[in-house]
Design a protein around this ligand. Structure first.
Ligand SMILES: C[S@@+](CC[C@H](N)C(=O)[O-])C[C@H]1O[C@@H](n2cnc3c(N)ncnc32)[C@H](O)[C@@H]1O
Length: 183
């Protein structure tokens, strides 16, 4: 599997920091969720949250979506995500690699990946896998961590995806670019 050694390192680093993840990042991530949901409707849709971490996004999206599936490689973060998911009747989590998603083509109306691409060995290939799982006309929403992606590099990843950019947010109060793409 391409880049699996690097992926294992990433997985381990999130496992060891899982306990402090929410305390450290919840506020920052919530800002990204708000920007994304302002620009991408999820009402009645099947939603995929790739690299869902501890499941912070679930409370924002589950009331509007028909169903939410969160996937992540970190077992420790997924345990937390499972606890969050338990508060809702329509949220499910499983362990999976963002480059090999166990879903059929075009299943989801909206596919989100918040602060995930910087962890991936080939972000363009990851984006193409996200695209595969989105239905035609559905949305793929990805964020690009500014310290990892100079704007030009992030735009290159988006341009190479064949997805149309529906909205692009570069807010100085947010440490990521937020791109809403149409499949
Ligand atoms: C910065 S955290 C963001 C978590 C979550 N999206 C949020 O908004 O809080 C990055 C997440 O990507 C996950 N991740 C890293 N590599 C991954 C991979 N190959 N497949 C799936 N998830 C991965 C990590 O385990 C971690 O949960």
């Amino acid at each position: 599997m391409a880049g699996w050694k690097d992926k294992r390192k990433v997985m381990h680093s999130y496992d060891v920091t899982a306990e402090m993840y929410e305390e450290r990042y919840a506020e920052e991530q919530q800002r990204k969720y708000r920007k994304a949901l302002e620009n991408a409707a999820v009402l009645g849709e099947a939603v995929l949250d790739v690299g869902c971490g501890s499941g912070l996004f679930f409370s924002q999206v589950s009331a509007q979506a028909d169903m939410v599936v969160g996937v992540d490689v970190s077992r420790k973060l997924l345990q937390k995500a499972k606890e969050h998911a338990g508060a809702f009747g329509n949220v499910f989590v499983l362990q999976a690699d963002a480059d090999h998603l166990p879903f059929k083509d075009g299943f989801f109306g909206a596919v989100f990946a918040f602060t995930v691409l910087q962890n991936m060995p080939k972000p363009n290939e990851t984006l193409s896998e996200l695209k595969r799982t989105a239905k035609r006309g559905g949305k793929v929403i990805v964020t690009g961590l500014k310290k990892a992606f100079p704007l030009e590099k992030f735009m290159d990843v988006l341009d190479g995806s064949g997805l149309q950019v529906a909205a692009f947010v570069d807010d100085e109060a947010v440490n990521c670019y937020v791109a809403v793409l149409t499949a």
